[in-house]
Design a protein around this ligand. Structure first.
Ligand code: BTN
Length: 234
């Protein structure tokens, strides 16, 4: 598709008209005029970047499983390493950002529509947009020339594999695969919690349900189920 407001919005619209999610079908745009990020933020395009969404039918109508958000990050990580095996320093930051060093290379937005979820993925293949207060990276800026088609077909493959494993109850194995690609344990992360304000702790792993574990200064371990986690440092 040449241009759309947002590939997530376009898929949500189709679902709202009763279309069923088609497993393996991706909607990829050349340009988004109103790309959306997490927490109401704007997602800025770059010419040649990947902007795409796919819809997943949920088998039970429970709350959106946190682990699906993590699976999306894992699939993007695996796809990027398939197209650029020499890429170093690519890590997952909970729940589903991909960073190179401290700079963001990819963002993922999951949105629920009744018994389906739209998974939207933006990867800076060609350009790193300027985002005030945030470091951003692109593959081109790191010296790797990857076409959108090459990345899209790698992602279609890793996502199909990971989603099949996830539906089959394979999250425990995917969780291990996520952890080996994540920021190192002990990396300081901060999160704003409505009751307690800003909490800082060292990354200590994932709960079986996908919550992130932070080790606080007093040694206690805190599970965070939702929120915007920021990287503070090593
Ligand atoms: C974030 O990190 O804040 C998530 C960014 C998600 C961006 C992608 S681009 C394709 C899809 N369409 C959107 O409007 N957003 C997602």
């Amino acid at each position: 598709m040449a241009e759309t407001a947002s590939t997530n919005s376009a898929l949500l619209e189709r679902l709202s008209h009763g279309e069923a999610p088609v497993q393996g079908q991706w909607l990829v745009a050349d340009r988004q005029t109103a790309g959306r990020g997490r927490a109401g933020r704007v997602w800025t395009d770059g010419f040649g970047n990947f902007m795409g969404s796919t819809a997943v039918a949920l088998r039970d109508a429970e709350a959106l499983p946190q682990t699906l958000a993590l699976v999306a990050g894992l699939s993007v990580h695996r796809a990027l390493m398939a197209v650029v095996p020499a890429l170093s320093g690519l890590v997952l930051k909970w729940p589903n950002d991909l960073l190179v060093g401290e700079a963001k290379l990819c963002g993922i937005l999951l949105e629920r529509q009744r018994d389906a979820v739209v998974v939207g993925i933006g990867v800076n293949l060609a350009e790193a947009p300027d985002v005030p207060g945030r470091k951003t990276a692109s593959l081109a800026g790191l010296g790797y020339d990857v076409s959108r088609d090459a990345f899209a077909s790698a992602l279609a493959e890793t996502w199909a594999e990971d989603l099949t494993a996830w539906h089959a109850g394979g999250w425990p194995m995917l969780r291990e695969a996520w952890l080996v690609r994540s920021l190192p344990k002990g990396t300081l992360l901060g999160v704003n919690l409505s009751e307690e304000g800003h909490v800082i702790g060292g990354f200590a792993g994932l709960e079986p349900d996908g919550a992130v574990l932070l080790r606080l200064a007093d040694g206690s371990v805190r599970a965070i189920h939702a929120g915007d986690v920021e990287l503070i440092g090593a």
